[in-house]
Design a protein around this ligand. Structure first.
Ligand code: IMP
Length: 429
């Protein structure tokens, strides 16, 4: 399967980092196509834990090449920090990175504005990560952004000065301290020296890899319901998190994609504000948070926790064209007699199978819960479906038949080895 896209089916934090790391065995490339350092992909291996924010998950696998597509917003300072942190642990990555020169350059002004504007949203904060994502995409849409390719241009510093002055005006208007010019210029020169060697034509490199039959994994950040268009607007991120975003964000055609893997946690979590129909009670939520270590990788914020939401997953299957589901963190639910699962919603007295598109209707829906049988502890060395508790397999089957896509991976713990490749369930009810 040469070109595979991996996306989150919920609100991010589904365990995509681990799934991509597992699938990256034998892959030539892992490629990020949207978002920026708002993402946080956690990978555990060899007893160590790695949190990646800008680099794709293949960064921790020797020999796997790492692409950063033009759909991303990239803070070069953070990218260098991440590269250096891996180097400090003996993982050399510079010679494996290729960054599209058309990616948007995220400046300190964007992050400062993100925080100032979020602080000003006193009534309804979005709960952004404060990494400047929204303002950087806004600059791009306004055709006022710098691109990473500008770092290499002779007039780059002049362009930086113009953007610096205008974005500082926006910053002051939002009540934040302006960014100082001299340190910015010093950073720019360092970025020019260290980032320019990483720039190139990612689209062309992927085309060559696919023509050779090599495997390329496109790694979505955040999740389906944080997509700028499809998600729970306005409580969303500012990029296209859907599988089609891989094409638009890297310069590859949709006919090249062979498979789309959706990653879903066995329950649900959300960081930041916005509708969350299956959110658990405070007590149940605290128990899930504790057992599942549900804290944001990027911001350290506690995640809101709740139950599996079938209407949300159904929508994710359709909007992404998901051909297989990786179900993660089933171990967190072990030991329960039953597990609540929302199989539909009640909207003003009517039963509906898909999330309504109006944000206020979504805020009003009431989940229709069923109690599905729970399972005992999962054997630590489970490697085949036969090793799994039968009720967990039944849980996976019911999800597959309810949403119309098979479960193809079942993750039973944080380590690489705690992953069962399978085919559970095949068709819709
Ligand atoms: P932004 O992407 O920083 O603008 O944040 C917008 C919304 O997306 C907020 O609710 C964030 O908490 C959420 N968000 C952004 N990145 C992630 C992620 O990687 N995982 C989960 N939530 C995220």
């Amino acid at each position: 399967m040469p070109a595979v896209v991996v996306v989150g089916m919920q609100w991010g934090d589904e365990g995509k980092g681990k799934v991509i790391d597992f699938l990256a065995e034998g892959a030539a490339w892992t490629v990020r196509f949207q978002g920026g350092a708002n993402a946080g992909h956690t990978i555990h291996f060899g007893g160590a834990r790695f949190a990646l924010h800008l680099l794709p998950s293949g960064a921790v696998r020797a020999g796997v090449r790492c692409g950063l597509g033009w759909g991303m917003v990239i803070d070069p300072g953070r990218l260098l920090e991440e590269i250096e942190a891996l180097e400090a642990r003996g993982i050399s990555v510079r010679d494996r990175i290729l960054v599209s020169g058309r990616a948007t350059l995220l400046l300190p002004h964007h992050a400062a504005r993100d925080r100032a504007e979020e602080a000003a949203r006193t009534g309804t904060p979005i709960g952004t990560t404060g990494r400047g994502i929204g303002p950087a995409y806004e600059s791009r849409a306004a055709r006022a952004a710098l691109l990473l390719a500008d770092l290499a241009e002779p007039d780059g510093e002049e362009k930086l000065r113009i953007v610096h002055e205008s974005t500082n005006e926006r910053l002051s208007a939002s009540g934040a301290e302006p960014i100082a010019w001299e340190p910015l210029l010093a950073s720019w020169r360092r970025w020019r020296a260290e980032i320019v060697p990483l720039l190139g034509d990612l689209s062309g490199a992927i085309e060559v890899a696919l023509a050779r039959g090599e495997r390329v994994l496109f790694e979505g950040a955040q999740g389906t319901h944080l997509d700028l268009y499809a998600g729970t607007y306005p409580f969303v991120t500012s990029s296209s998190t859907l599988a089609a975003g891989a094409c638009a964000g890297c310069g590859i055609g949709p006919t090249r994609i062979e498979r789309v893997i959706g990653v879903a946690k066995a329950y649900a979590t959300r960081v930041g504000a916005g509708p969350f129909p299956t959110e658990a009670t405070a007590e149940e939520g605290a128990r899930l948070r504790e057992r599942g270590s549900e804290r944001g990788t990027t911001t350290g914020r506690p995640r809101r926790c709740g139950w599996l939401d079938i209407p949300m997953l159904r929508a994710a299957v359709r909007w992404n064209g998901i051909s297989g589901i990786a179900l993660t963190k089933a171990d967190v639910l072990s030991g329960r007699k039953t597990v609540p699962v929302a199989v539909a919603y009640d909207l003003d007295g009517e039963r509906i199978a898909h999330p309504p598109l109006s944000p206020s209707a979504l805020a009003r829906v009431r989940p229709v819960f069923e109690e599905w049988p729970g399972w005992e502890t999962i054997p630590p060395n489970a490697s085949r479906v036969e090793d799994l508790p039968p009720n967990l397999v039944r849980y996976a089957e019911r999800i597959a038949s309810s949403v119309g896509a098979p479960i193809v991976l079942l993750s039973t713990g944080p380590a690489r080895e705690q992953t069962v490749a399978c085919t559970i369930g095949t068709s819709a009810d």
